[in-house]
Design a protein around this ligand. Structure first.
Ligand code: NDP
Ligand code: BG6
Length: 531
C-alpha cells in the first residue's frame, strides 16, 4: 500500500482519495451502481395548481424540463398548469420558457419538444363546474395523448388553498382512482403542512376525505437532496461509523442551514411563519432525525419512516424557551451581502415596521433515548447570514487522557466529521497528526471526500428526485402524518410561548445582514460550526 499524500494546502490525502482526485477510480472490484432509477414510469399527467407562481417557474418547471432532457419522464407525460390568472397556452409557455431559458442546458429545439406537452387551464377555485371542466380537459388530454388516466396533482399554491382544492378534487371524482379512468391519482402537498398541531390535523382530515394515505405525498425538498439521502448510506453502509455513533463518543452535534437571501417577496407567508415554522419544524427536523434515528431493518419507505418517528417521539420538550441556552432568536437588520447594501427585515415589502418575527434561531435539542441521552443537538438557521451553508457537524469527545501534556501539548483538538449538504457537497473528517520534523508537534488535518468526485453520470436535483418518487409511488422521502404531528407537538407549545409578547420582546436579538447572527450568539455559533 502506498503512503498517504499531503496536498498543496497541507491536507492529508489518503491513498484511495488520491486516486479519485487524479480521476482514476480505485479498483474495488465492483462496478459503480449509479443510475437515475430502475424500471419504467407509467404515462401520466402532472397537474400543477398555482402554475402562475414562483415555485412553479423557479423549481417545478425547470425540474420537469431537466427530467425531459435526461429522458427520465414517462412517455407520454403531459403537464397542465392550473391557476386563476387567465392565460393562453402560448402565454403560459412564454412564462415558463423565461424561467428555463437562463439555464445552461437550455436548448430551444428541446424546449419546443417539451412544451408540446405543456397545457394551461384557468380555474375558479370556488366553482365546482370549473373543476368539472378541468376533469373534462384532462380526459380529453388522455384521449389525445394516451396518458392512461394517471394523475399527479401538485399543490403549489398558498396553504389556505390546500383544503378547498383537495375537497373539489374529491367532489369531482378526480381523487378516486376507479373514477378517473383506470389510472392512479396522487396528490403532492407543499410545505408548510399546517400552521400548528391543530391545523395540521385538520388539513390531514380534509385530505383523507378525498385521498387515501398512499395517495398523499407531503413534500420536504431537503429530504431529496443528494447529500441528505447520503447520510443514511454513510451511517449504515459503513461498519466504521456506527460503533462510535452514540453518547459514549459524540460530544455534541451541530446542524446549520444558513441562507444569504432575505424574505424576498414572501413576507405575507413569512410574517405568519418565522424561521421556526419555515425551517425548523420541517427541514431541520429531517436533518436531525437522519443523524439520530436507529437503523431500519430494511431500506424501505415505511421502515425508514417508522424509525424517524421513533426519534421524533424521543424529542425532549423545551419547557423554557426564554432561556438563551435553549433557544436564541434573532431578526436581521440592514447590512451588506456581497458588497451590496440590503434592507433590514422590518423594511422589507409587506413586513410590519414593528414586526417581531424571528428570521434566525439557534435551538438546543435533546433526544431522550438510550443512544443520545445528554448529547446536545444544536440547530441553527437564519436568513441574510454571511453565506449559504447547510452542514451537519459531528463533534466527537476529547481523548480521555492527553499523554502529550508532559511535552507541552496539553490541548488536543477533537475529531469532527462534517457532512456538507450545500453549497459544497462533501464529507470531511478532521484528525490530529504529527507535524513532520524532529520535534513532536501536533497539527489538525482534514480528509475530504467531494460527493461528485469521479462521478460523470446524471444528477437529479431535489425537486426532480421528488417528482420521480411521486410518479413511482415511493413515499420514503416524504413526511408521514405521525411524524408531522409529533414535530408540531414539539414546536407548537414552544412557538406559542415565544409568540406571547413578554417572551418575544425579550427574545428577539437584532443582527446585521451579512453576519453570522446576533453578537451574543457568536461564541455558541463558533463552537458549534467553526465558521
Ligand atoms: P405564490 O405566492 O407564488 O403563489 C402561487 C400561485 O397561487 C399564485 O401565482 C397565484 O396564482 C395563486 N395565489 C396566490 N395567492 C392566492 C390567493 N390568496 N388565493 C388564491 N390563489 C392565490 O407561491 P409560491 O409559488 O411561492 O409557493 C407555493 C407553495 O409552495 C406555498 O405553499 C409555499 O409555501 C410552498 N413553497 C414555496 C417555495 C418557494 O421557493 N417558492 C419553497 C417551498 C415551499 P393565481 O392568482 O394565478 O391563481
Ligand atoms: C423553503 C423555505 O422551504 O426552503 C425558504 O420556505 C428557504 O424560506 C428554502 O429559503 C431553502 O431551501 P434551499 O434548498 O435553498 O436550502
Amino acid at each position: 500500500m502506498s503512503p498517504n499524500q499531503v496536498d498543496k494546502d497541507g491536507k492529508i490525502v489518503p491513498d484511495f482519495l488520491g486516486a479519485l482526485v487524479e480521476g482514476q477510480a480505485p479498483d474495488l472490484g465492483m462496478p459503480p451502481q449509479l443510475c437515475l432509477f430502475e424500471g419504467n414510469l407509467d404515462p401520466c399527467t402532472i397537474v400543477i395548481f398555482g402554475a402562475s407562481g414562483d415555485l412553479t417557474s423557479r423549481k417545478l418547471m425547470p425540474a420537469l424540463y431537466n427530467l425531459y432532457l435526461s429522458g427520465a419522464l414517462p412517455k407520454p407525460c403531459c403537464v397542465v398548469g392550473v391557476a386563476r390568472t387567465p392565460l393562453s397556452r402560448e402565454e403560459f409557455h412564454g412564462r415558463m420558457q423565461a424561467g428555463i431559458a437562463s439555464q445552461e442546458n437550455y436548448d430551444p429545439e428541446r424546449w419546443r419538444e417539451f412544451a408540446a406537452g405543456l397545457d394551461y387551464y384557468a380555474i375558479d377555485y370556488d366553482s365546482q363546474a370549473s373543476f368539472q371542466g378541468l376533469g373534462d380537459f384532462l380526459k380529453d388530454l388522455d384521449g389525445r395523448h394516451g396518458a392512461g388516466g394517471n394523475r399527479l396533482f401538485y399543490l403549489a399554491v398558498p396553504p389556505s388553498l390546500y383544503q378547498p382544492i383537495s375537497q373539489r378534487l374529491g367532489q369531482t371524482g378526480m381523487g378516486q382512482e376507479a373514477m378517473n379512468g383506470q389510472g392512479w391519482s396522487r396528490i403532492v402537498v407543499e410545505k408548510p403542512f399546517g400552521h400548528d398541531l391543530k391545523s395540521a390535523m385538520e388539513l390531514n382530515a380534509t385530505l383523507h376525505q378525498s385521498f387515501r394515505e398512499d395517495q398523499i405525498f407531503r413534500i420536504d425538498h431537503y429530504m431529496a437532496k443528494e447529500t441528505v439521502q447520503n447520510i443514511l448510506i454513510l451511517r449504515f453502509a459503513n461498519a466504521i461509523f456506527e460503533p462510535l455513533w452514540n453518547r459514549n463518543f459524540i460530544d455534541h452535534v451541530g446542524i446549520i442551514a444558513a441562507e444569504k437571501i432575505g424574505v424576498e417577496h414572501r413576507a405575507g407567508f413569512y410574517e405568519q411563519a418565522g424561521v421556526l415554522r419555515d425551517m425548523f419544524q420541517n427541514h431541520m427536523m429531517q436533518l436531525l432525525t437522519l443523524i439520530a434515528m436507529e437503523p431500519p431493518s430494511r431500506f424501505e419507505g415505511e421502515r425508514v419512516r417508522d424509525e424517524k418517528v421513533k426519534a421524533f417521539r424521543s424529542l425532549k420538550p423545551i419547557t423554557d424557551p426564554s432561556s438563551a441556552e435553549n433557544l436564541f432568536l434573532g431578526q436581521y437588520g440592514t447590512g451588506e451581502i456581497d458588497g451590496v447594501l440590503v434592507s433590514g427585515y422590518r423594511e422589507e415589502p409587506g413586513v410590519r415596521p414593528d414586526s417581531l418575527t424571528p428570521t434566525f434561531a439557534v435551538m438546543r435539542v435533546f433526544i431522550d433515548n438510550w443512544r443520545w441521552r445528554g448529547v446536545p443537538f444544536y440547530l441553527a438557521s437564519g436568513k441574510r447570514l454571511a453565506k449559504k451553508l447547510t452542514q451537519l457537524v459531528i463533534h466527537f469527545k476529547e481523548v480521555p487522557h492527553s499523554l502529550f501534556a508532559n511535552i507541552g501539548l496539553g490541548t488536543i483538538a477533537v475529531n469532527r466529521l462534517i457532512l456538507g449538504i450545500q453549497p459544497e457537497e462533501k464529507i470531511t473528517l478532521t484528525f490530529e497528526t504529527k507535524n513532520p520534523g524532529a520535534t513532536v508537534c501536533l497539527r489538525a488535518v482534514t480528509m475530504d471526500f467531494n460527493y461528485y468526485q469521479n462521478y460523470r453520470g446524471p444528477i437529479m436535483d431535489a425537486y426532480e428526485k421528488s417528482l420521480i418518487d411521486v410518479m413511482q409511488g415511493d413515499h420514503m422521502l416524504f413526511w408521514r402524518q405521525d411524524g408531522v404531528e409529533l414535530c408540531w407537538s414539539f414546536f407548537s407549545p414552544l412557538i406559542e410561548k415565544c409568540e406571547s409578547c413578554t417572551y418575544l420582546g425579550k427574545l428577539i436579538h437584532p443582527y446585521k445582514a451579512g453576519s453570522w447572527g446576533p453578537e451574543a450568539a457568536q461564541d455558541l455559533m463558533r463552537l458549534i460550526f467553526s465558521y
